[in-house]
Design a protein around this ligand. Structure first.
Ligand code: ARG
Length: 458
């Protein structure tokens, strides 16, 4: 049989494969609450503007509320034959209230309807992401405060570079997740326009009130161009884009946790709650949660590329291609939420080995720069010469198999006569870290200042 919603010009129903490729109900049923909210606002506006009667509006409102409770109770029967969430709900409304149901779709198209539903869904998800990020930042701030004085090696090329503190390192991630959170807020600002009333693409001849529906649905204003409104999925792309960037940050931290938790590094010990054992090797404690956070980023990136690829080259206005937006966004949203929660849990209860960090911080001549800086400050050498002298001292220490601070003064003086006993004051990792007082530097006092700055912004 032909379709109830648009069957007028159709003699027969769709092929089974057509139904299979066309139906979106299996995934877009997630939008039921948004769809009903949109219809309620639309029905109210249609009655207030005199386009439908108050009596029909009341029937529609009652029917939609019944449908909402049916869906929430799990008694609603979704049908693939009815394609999507919009037509499933409208068909049920017709069953419940009869002819009045047919008036709901006046001055509306599924094109502005789906743009509205999906915007509302993405907007709610952005709020969730913001909350999850705030939680993660909060946990990182706690760890940073606890370890503002805990010295660890800072790396470049994953080779020991200069001593830093674990607190400072945590705060680097606070900056990243803080930027992610501001990207969420930016996205929410741009998303804040209501599509309802754009209709199919050209707007409508009915005297609708778009301000009213925009306001009823919590938007600041209606969208300005009806063609753009039904063609635009920037809000979904922005969500995926910020999710991919946030995933990248999560993945870098996850990778560091994997490295830090190896017996070779031994910087952190994951809690039992966030690690797994091996079925054959009894000694193993594996950082599976960190590995999975690292890997899940791949899925989010995939979703971003998939939707960018769907949208590129689409002529204006709506094309059915755009139905492919939802699964990507739903999957990425679920993935990001899980990854953020797992990271928050892991960071919150991992144990930090200050001892292992400090031992490693002193290895690899990490205070060589401090020696060079001392030569500049105390002996007046140009930095390039100081660099050269220090290189010689490092080579000597390497030859003797000791650290810079363990070299006898006479030996260093043979490299440069201006060096005195006081050089040893700057060669310890604690002295090195304490000296880095430039704005944004790793000195514990600075890090505490940054922690306070962020606390005021949570
Ligand atoms: N299920 C469709 C989607 O998700 C709804 C819009 C249908 N519009 C249309 N012109 N066929 O995009």
């Amino acid at each position: 049989s032909s379709n109830k919603m648009w069957g007028g010009r159709f003699a027969s129903g769709p092929d089974a494969i057509m139904e299979e490729i066309n139906a979106s109900i299996d995934f877009d049923r997630k939008l039921y609450a948004q769809d009903i909210a949109g219809s309620l606002a639309h029905a109210d506006m249609l009655a207030d503007t005199g386009i439908i009667s108050a009596d029909d509006r009341d029937k529609i409102v009652d029917g939609l509320n019944t449908i909402l409770s049916e869906i929430e109770a799990g008694t609603f029967e979704f049908s693939r034959r009815l394609e999507d969430i919009h037509m499933n709900i409208e068909a049920r409304l017709a069953e419940l209230i009869g002819a009045a149901a047919g008036r709901l779709h006046t001055a509306r198209s599924r094109n502005d309807q789906v743009a509205l539903d999906f915007r509302l869904w993405v907007s709610a998800q952005l709020e969730n992401t913001e909350t999850a990020l705030t939680r993660l930042i909060g946990v990182l701030l706690e760890r940073a405060e606890e370890h503002a004085d805990t010295v660890m090696p800072g790396f470049t090329h994953l080779q020991t570079a200069q001593p830093v503190t674990f607190g400072h390192h945590c705060m680097a991630y606070v900056e990243m997740f803080g930027r992610d959170r501001s990207r969420v807020r930016d996205a929410l600002t741009r998303l804040d326009e209501c599509p309802l009333g754009a209709a199919a693409l050209a707007g409508t001849g009915f005297a609708i009130n778009r301000q009213q529906t925009a306001e009823a649905l919590g938007f600041s204003a209606p969208t300005r161009n009806s063609i753009d409104t039904v063609s635009d999925r920037d809000f979904a792309l922005e969500f995926l884009g910020l999710a991919a960037i946030c995933g990248t940050h999560l993945s870098r931290l996850a990778e560091e946790i994997v490295i830090w938790s190896t017996p070779q590094f031994g910087f952190v010990r994951l809690s039992d709650a966030f690690s797994t054992g091996s079925s054959i090797m009894p000694q193993k404690k594996n950082p599976d949660a960190a590995e999975l956070v690292r890997a899940k980023t791949g899925r989010i990136n995939g979703a971003l590329i998939a939707l960018l690829t769907v949208m590129k080259g689409l002529p204006l206005a709506y094309s059915k291609d755009m139905q492919e937006d939802k699964e990507q966004v739903f999957d990425a949203a679920e993935t990001l939420e899980l990854a953020l929660a797992a990271m928050t849990g892991m960071v919150g209860d991992m144990q930090i080995s200050a001892q292992a960090m400090k031992a490693a911080a002193g290895a690899g001549y990490s205070t060589a720069t401090d020696l060079a800086d001392w030569l500049v400050r105390e002996a007046g050498l140009p930095f390039r010469d100081a660099h050269h002298v220090t290189g010689k001292a490092v080579a000597l220490a390497e030859e003797k198999g000791c650290g810079l601070a363990d070299l006898p003064l006479e030996d260093i003086q043979k490299i440069n006569g201006a060096i005195t006993e006081s050089v040893f004051d700057v060669l310890s990792v604690d002295a090195s870290v304490a000296s880095r007082t430039s704005f944004g530097g790793t000195a514990p006092a600075n890090v505490r200042e940054q922690i306070n700055w962020w606390r005021g912004r949570l």
